[in-house]
Design a protein around this ligand. Structure first.
Ligand SMILES: Nc1ncnc2c1ncn2[C@@H]1O[C@H](COP(=O)(O)OP(=O)(O)OP(=O)(O)O)[C@@H](O)[C@H]1O
Length: 609
């Protein structure tokens, strides 16, 4: 049974929630703090639209992360049953991508245009482009691309942005921000917009505080002028606006409310978090300038605890003890409501860090104790070994032999000139002579164009290899991962729809770390929109939370909002942890506790230790 199934029946909606669900306004904005049931309103409203009104076409429900979109889809399936087939749940980029997949040729792009998702590929293109223009190579290409990205997110055209657009067009390829440009161009085609407006009669956007101006342009292009297109509901919380560094502008919600003369509904209660955690959230909200009237106390008292470790591995050890305790003994009885179960599954626990690196020691500690966990891994982390990564690029090559990215990535992996990897024959010859015998063995696969045979032959490929034990172990683990992905893919996708491109896309979702088994190790940013019965926030030191790079008042406020997001993921138990000493590149350093601990102190009366 899913978590949402557990809860579907026992939620009695507040009057304000009901108002938002029942509203027939063409434009609605729901503004509210964390855990106030915004996503619940989205789910219920969509359910109402699908099941009780005539003439409703499809509903487009947009969310910020893939995970949040998946969870919304799950809530809808549960609530609207078969009717939920008429809902498309997507991220904005996912929606833009689907438009592109249908209409790319109409804006002069090839079918299945290449999308450069890796920074390394974008750097390669930038340098190739600059040298083709006689401009040498960029001094700090990544920094230059970041500036270009943020300007595009803010819909600001600069000479560098224009130049980068030309570079992409020279391949031709897109990157994520260019995907939005392309979708906007597609939406300018009257026939496409007409078709979309006929298809989608309602659009809802969850986590709208994360909209960037570029995304907002796309959204308004799709829904048209006020009163013209589908009904639109935006749902958001400016206290959870933590990605302004990437161009998000929470004020766009207000702009929408003004331009579309939206009905504004504010929800006030925190349904998610137990009393003490809600008090902490209210205190932080107050500091962020949003005084909130005291809400009804939550039926569960909840708990906030604090632990410190001598150093980061000791901090990680203590967190593992806490996890083990929760799994074996359940939640403390005095933290839950009367009659509420204390039983815990690993998936009910999240460990949140300001950055992915803050979670590394924890991953090691959990691994040592054999406690299952998932991380929001970086794209390249899915497979462990070199040979496994080469297999993934061979799959990408089969998906689109004319794309440059598999060729460039393969070249980086096996340290060869990309020019020697242009055709199947070249690839086979180059990898056959590679020093690593596992990689060399893959030469046999290069000509295999049948997907099933390709995957099924992986297991038998390496018999007598001189590879080291650890290389072999990585290879076996990678083959298992790929085979598992293949099985899941087959279970999810009809035979007729299967293709290399589609399977590659399926794999890349795994690469982005969408695994959900076990304790969830997440950056705070990835945890947005999610909730867990117990949450540990690690690295509560000055310099970690808040991040040492945040200097200006605006940046410090954004760090406090990050802390707000982190603590409000917790439903019953919140643990705040820190290490008294940390290893930095200057050696071991004594740490200073995060100033944010004082909020927790005020609600619990505890010391900082
Ligand atoms: N009226 C209600 N009564 C009881 N529980 C509710 C009610 N509305 C929502 N909930 C529950 O409260 C929790 C928080 O709701 P939801 O996830 O919709 O909040 P949210 O406002 O979207 O939060 P966030 O902005 O932090 O993502 C969920 O577990 C949901 O099932």
């Amino acid at each position: 049974m899913s978590r949402f199934e557990d809860e579907a029946s026992d939620v009695s909606l507040s009057l304000l929630q009901q108002k938002a669900i029942d509203s027939d306004s063409g434009a609605i904005v729901v503004l509210a703090g964390a855990g106030s049931g915004k996503t619940e309103v989205v789910a219920r409203r969509v359910q109402r639209l699908l099941t009780t009104r005539d003439g409703v076409g499809r509903v487009l429900a947009l969310s910020y992360t893939n995970k949040a979109a998946e969870e919304l889809g799950e809530r809808l399936r549960l609530r609207a049953g078969a009717e939920s087939e008429r809902v498309t749940t997507e991220t904005i980029h996912g929606f833009a991508h689907s438009l592109l997949r249908q209409h790319s040729t109409r804006i002069g792009l090839p079918i299945e245009p290449e999308i450069l998702t890796r920074d390394e590929d974008r750097v390669e293109l930038l340098n190739q482009w600059l040298s083709s223009q006689g401009l040498g190579i960029a001094e700090d290409p990544l920094e230059r691309l970041r500036k270009i990205d943020i300007n595009r997110a803010r819909a600001i055209d600069t000479a560098e942005v224009e130049d980068w657009r030309r570079a992409l067009a020279s391949l031709p390829a897109l990157d994520y921000p260019a995907l939005l440009d392309a979708a906007l161009e597609i939406l300018a085609l009257k026939s496409v917009r007409r078709q979309l407006v006929r298809t989608y009669t309602h659009v809802v956007v969850d986590e709208a505080q994360n909209l960037t101006p570029a995304q907002y342009c796309l959204l308004t292009a799709m829904v048209g002028s006020p009163g013209e297109g589908p009904s639109v509901m935006l749902v958001g919380d400016d206290k959870q606006s933590i990605i302004s560094f990437a161009g998000a502008d929470p004020d766009l919600i207000n702009r929408f409310a003004r331009s579309y003369d939206a009905e504004i509904i504010e929800l006030t209660e925190n349904f998610r978090s137990a009393a003490i955690i809600s008090s902490l959230a209210r205190l932080i909200a107050g500091e962020l300038g949003q005084d909130q009237s005291p809400a009804e106390p939550h039926a569960a008292p909840g708990s906030i605890e604090f632990i410190s470790g001598a150093d980061e591995s000791d901090e990680a050890r203590k967190i593992s003890d806490w996890v083990e305790g929760l799994l074996q003994l359940g939640l403390p009885k005095d933290a839950v409501a009367d009659g509420e179960s204390v039983k815990m599954r690993a998936e009910d626990i999240a460990i949140l860090g300001r950055s992915a690196s803050a979670l590394r020691e924890i991953a090691k500690a959990l691994e040592e104790r054999d406690i299952a966990f998932s991380t929001s891994s970086d794209a390249e982390d899915w497979l462990e070994g070199l040979a496994g990564k080469v297999v993934l690029e061979l799959i990408a090559f089969n998906a689109a032999a004319r794309h440059v990215s598999p060729q460039w990535q393969l070249a980086r992996l096996i340290d060869q000139d990309p020019e020697t990897l242009k055709s199947r024959e070249q690839i086979a010859a180059t990898i056959r002579s590679h020093d690593n015998s596992l990689v060399a063995a893959l030469a046999e696969l290069v000509d295999e164009t049948d997907m099933r045979r390709f995957i099924e032959s992986l297991g038998a490929l390496v018999r007598d290899s001189d590879a080291s034990t650890s290389e072999l172990a990585s290879w076996n683990a990678d083959v298992e991962e790929i085979e598992k992905a293949w099985r899941d893919y087959n279970a999810n996708v009809d035979r007729d729809s299967r293709s290399w491109t589609d399977f590659r896309l399926f794999c890349s979702r795994r690469q982005r770390g969408s695994a959900t088994q076990g304790v969830q190790l997440l950056t705070v940013h990835k945890s947005q929109g999610r909730e867990f019965r117990a949450v540990a926030v690690v690295g509560m030191n000055e310099g970690q939370i808040p991040d040492f790079r945040a200097k200006s008042d605006g940046e410090r406020a954004s760090e406090l909002r990050t802390f707000y997001v982190a603590v409000t993921r917790a439903r019953r138990v919140l643990l705040l942890t820190r290490a008294l000493r940390r290893t930095t590149r200057y050696g071991q350093r004594v740490t200073t506790p995060s100033p944010y601990l004082s909020f927790a102190e005020r609600v619990t009366g505890m010391g900082k230790s």
